[in-house]
Design a protein around this ligand. Sequence first.
Ligand SMILES: [Zn+2]
Length: 140
Amino acid sequence: MPSLEHFPWINGKFLDVEWTTWKVVGWIGNVVFFSRFFVQWYATEKRRQVVVPALFWWLSLAGSGLLLAYALFYKRDSVFIFAYAFTWIPYVRNLIIHHRHQKAQRLCPHCGFTSPPAAAYCAHCGAKLDDAPSPPGQAR
Ligand SMILES: [Zn+2]
């Protein structure tokens, strides 16, 4: 059991870790990846409904990318590499879907408020939105 007298310096090393450049990369990856939970939690509490903001996917992508680099170039461990090799796929896909959804938001010409893509009327002022999409199953 190491002495905790000079915590966080243990055996002359910060947290008793042999710090190398790759250790720093790996730990930054851990911190970035873990921080996404606080982003998602905050967004959910703020809206009082389950929300997954785009920042959550960006942090997932950055954190898992750093951890994959750590696994590939430092640990060289197949289990660790496989754990992060494909996680980027749903992260990128969710960012693409988010981007498309943001782009499809409907701008009200009367008040400038943006409404969801399927909205026929402005959620703020109630004005009819031009080129309103037809409800599903109805021809225009
Ligand atoms: Zn409006």
